[in-house]
Design a protein around this ligand. Sequence first.
Ligand SMILES: [Zn+2]
Length: 382
Amino acid sequence: MDRRSFTLGSLGLAAGLATPMPALSQTPSYRGPNVILVRFGGGVRRAETIDEATTWAPYLRHVLAPRGTFIPDLRIDRLEGVNTSHAEGTLNLLTGRYLAYRDASEFLNDRLEPTEPTLFEYLRRAFDIPSHQVLLVNGEDRPQEEFFTFGAGDHFGIDFRSEMLSLHRYKLYRTRMQLAEGGLTDEARLALEAERTRLLTIDPRGATPEPSAEVEAFWARWRRDFGDSGFKNPRGDRLLTELSIRALRELQPRLLMVNYQDPDYVHWGNPSHYTRAIAIIDEGLQRLVSAVDASPFYRDNTIFVITPDCGRDANPLAEVPFQHHFNSRSAHETWAVIFGPGIGKGVIDKPIDQSAIAPTIAAAMGFMASRAEGSAIEGAFL
Ligand SMILES: [Zn+2]
């Protein structure tokens, strides 16, 4: 019995089968296309990404956009209470709804957890896909996004979660292994225990449940290659690319979301950090697309959906231009590039709402995002 069927079986017994849950034999295996959802994140404006003349992401704009459906006018709706920010925009993408989250913070700010099903949960409820093949790749310093793997509330929840790859998760793995391996001086052991306690405090949900055996093996190989120091592995958004490339090779996810984030460092005031970060994501896209095109498992069977979490302000008079918390028009303005098998080629020359992304991915993969407010983008499919 594998880990998943054991978990489902024991939960069914514990719950007295009060909640109807499809038996594994009734859940079809997945035969549709793989999807790689790239959050071109940390908030980016159209000017530095999809504007042909001023882009810092030439591969995205000149190579990928013509390869499929280009939506230059994706918009975050101007609803009361909508915040144009990272966790909010990401959850809009994952749930197909606005305001489908609640504050999950006990001690720290900026912790949102979804209150409606995410794409991960819909997909794993519809198809028999193990958790290590539905993956979220996150940045190191956003443990708040560790909450996105499954939602709170009475919907599908933890049994249908995705698994998470991030440096934070690796450190949880490493500290657990180092403590179990022993052979430490008292001083080293105390330091490790303190590090692990701090990690668990940042993300109380992070160690529950433990990663699957497949993800444990992924981290064991990562540790073999990059060691315990933290100095050898790439950092920032390059780290997310490295995690994603290795995940494609070693775990073969059917749905992979990559949460790029570094353009957001512009909050601290240096515009070159922002444009440099956009160029680094563009390089990451090149690596991801090359890896897919070179892989017999992914080639001709993988759809890319590339879209930002939110835009940024365009106020040249502000002391630090391009923030994104002032509800300005351009903070609501994003875009999307979608390409792969079954996706049409062309430009959709009308406004599309951000809540359409989740149902579009659902339609491409063959399930319904039944709680989404938007509907699949007409004209994206062949
Ligand atoms: Zn920000």
